[in-house]
Design a protein around this ligand. Structure first.
Ligand SMILES: [Zn+2]
Length: 189
């Protein structure tokens, strides 16, 4: 899924979880913005540095040789080395196994679970069925298994986009109208 949709869904999931937890009088508050940051972390980790590297190489190549920018396909602007680095980093940031190790380690260090990190797990769970056609399929069992779910629907499919963003608009209106509930809960704490 694209980064904006990941950020919004994680943010709204955190708000929903807070409302449910507050009903049960449990003293847990998940920071929605921090959860959303973890919700986009897997893609920033996998693509951030490699994309900067690739764009830098394109600019240098253009300045030295005047070579036209090879902008073809979805990742067509990336040279093989940058793309390879992306695939390697993608394995780590899109693995539920790696997530679990980090989540437990952070829990042990902080002596309490950092629920905001669950935004990272949610990202992986959303990605599993929303990647298709061999395009960055989600290696969610890396490094234990190289199984990839191959029957998903690409998030870039126009119908998928229309449905996804329609739901996000509805969710955004709902959370905007009912935002006083989040503020009340914060004031009580
Ligand atoms: Zn992703």
């Amino acid at each position: 899924m694209d980064i904006l949709a990941h950020a919004l869904w994680t943010n709204y999931s955190a708000k929903t979880a807070n409302r449910k937890l507050n009903k049960g009088k449990k003293k847990v508050h998940i920071k929605p913005l921090e959860a959303a940051a973890w919700g986009v972390f897997p893609d920033f980790f996998a693509f951030g540095i490699p994309m900067v590297m690739a764009v830098y190489k394109l600019i240098v190549n253009y300045m030295n040789h005047g070579a036209p920018l090879p902008l073809g396909g979805r990742m067509g602007f990336m040279d093989p080395a940058s793309l390879n680095l992306s695939h390697n980093l993608y394995n780590y940031s899109h693995s539920l196994v790696i997530f679990l190790v980090v989540f437990i380690a952070v829990w042990a260090i902080n002596k309490r679970p950092r629920y905001e990190l669950l935004g990272w797990a949610l990202h992986i769970l959303i990605d599993i069925p929303s990647h298709a056609g061999g395009f960055f399929l989600t290696p969610f069992l890396f490094p234990l298994s190289d199984y990839h779910f191959t029957h998903g629907t690409s998030w870039a499919n126009p119908y998928y986009m229309i449905i996804n963003y329609s739901l996000l608009v509805i969710a955004s209106i709902y959370f905007y109208i009912t935002r006083s509930r989040d503020n009340l809960k914060l004031e009580e704490k």
